[in-house]
Design a protein around this ligand. Structure first.
Ligand code: NAD
Length: 319
């Protein structure tokens, strides 16, 4: 390992994604590299420190993490949390001198907030570097270390090789997206497409099934035809068609419908700012908003839109 890897690493936000990501760093970093962590939930701090007593130290604020680490990752719910952790008040990251440090926000947030944080840091600490690096692959991917990072930087960014070694400990693919906030634009474009396909696939299965088709036949048709897509192939919205899909496990262990609603809303903001004509966007957002509020769907994998739209989940019994 090079000298940079001997520098200490910080991780702030130990939720469903952050806890396993920080856990990979603690397990895979060399013995001399320490991981400093912070979350507002004390039990999460206790949990990771208990799992890695030699390697992980809990801090009392984001500021303390920044003071003790050279490279800092954040994994927070929304833009307001990222802004608070980086910029707001005496306990924030920027309350400490982050000159020459690398700051990587893996949260899925709006591009405007991310650029605001970046600009503030650039102005106050010109030698520091801040990146947006949202991830895809879900909680299971974070646990297995197979997530993809969409990195808001150019392929020839001078810090990328140094960061790559850490990112590879947490994920499988690192895709430089071209520049600041473009990691977020990539992530939101991806989730917009994934969300629209889930609705379209649910509608198409429902329509075909109501017309008398067996969903297993439709599955084969969609896979062989021009409609072929990953949502139908591996995340089939109809329960019992593809055994590994969340739908076949009661729509559990997937990407929660509320998170899809959040990302879909951010994608619509992006579309507005970028000036793209997303004609399916309004219907998509309304569908995820209403499905998130529907008690039959809330907290379940977003492919539960099949249920929300009235699809027949008991087709095996009925046939
Ligand atoms: P989560 O709510 O489980 O975790 C967020 C953590 O941040 C919590 O532990 C919370 O206590 C902590 N936090 C909030 N404010 C804080 C503050 N001021 N200081 C320190 N800690 C603070 O969320 P998650 O599922 O881990 O998601 C994190 C981000 O990753 C989100 O932006 C989400 O959209 C994105 N994401 C999630 C998934 C998924 O499947 N869960 C997949 C891809 C991307």
């Amino acid at each position: 390992m090079g000298s940079v890897d001997a520098n200490h690493v910080g991780f702030i936000g130990l939720g469903a994604m952050g806890l396993p990501m920080a856990g990979h760093l603690a397990t895979k970093l060399p013995a001399e590299t320490h991981v400093y962590v912070f979350d507002v939930v004390q039990t999460l701090l206790d949990q990771i420190c208990k799992q890695h007593p030699e390697k992980v130290t809990a801090c009392s604020s984001a500021r303390e993490v920044a003071e003790r680490s050279q490279i800092i990752f954040t994994m927070l719910p929304e833009g307001r949390h990222s802004k608070a952790v980086y910029l707001d008040g005496p306990d924030s990251i920027c309350a400490s001198d982050v000159s020459n440090k690398l700051l990587v926000d893996c949260s899925t947030i709006d591009a405007a907030t991310s650029l605001e944080v970046k600009d503030h840091i650039k102005e106050k600490y010109p030698s520091a570097s801040f990146y947006d690096a949202p991830v895809s692959g879900g909680v299971v991917g974070a646990q297995k270390g197979t997530i993809a990072f969409f990195f808001g930087c150019r392929e020839d960014d001078e810090n990328l090789p140094r960061l790559m070694r850490l990112l590879e400990m947490m994920g499988k693919q690192i895709i430089p997206c071209g520049g600041p906030s473009l990691g977020l634009a990539a992530k939101l474009s991806n989730n917009y497409l994934s969300g629209i396909i889930a609705i379209a696939a649910s509608e198409a299965y429902d329509m075909g099934m109501r017309s008398g088709l067996d969903p297993r036949t439709l599955y084969k048709v969609f896979s062989a035809g021009t409609a072929q897509n990953t949502i139908s192939d591996r995340f089939c919205p109809v329960p019992g068609v593809y055994p590994e899909a969340p739908s076949s496990r009661g729509y559990t262990n997937g990407f929660k419908v509320q998170l899809m609603k959040k990302d879909f809303g951010l994608a619509m903001e992006l579309a507005k700012q970028a000036g793209s004509r997303n004609v399916l966007g309004a219907a998509g957002l309304e569908t995820y908003q209403k499905a998130s509020e529907d008690e039959r769907c809330r907290d379940l994998d977003n492919r539960v839109v099949f249920r929300y739209l009235g699809g027949n989940e008991d087709w095996q019994k009925d046939s």
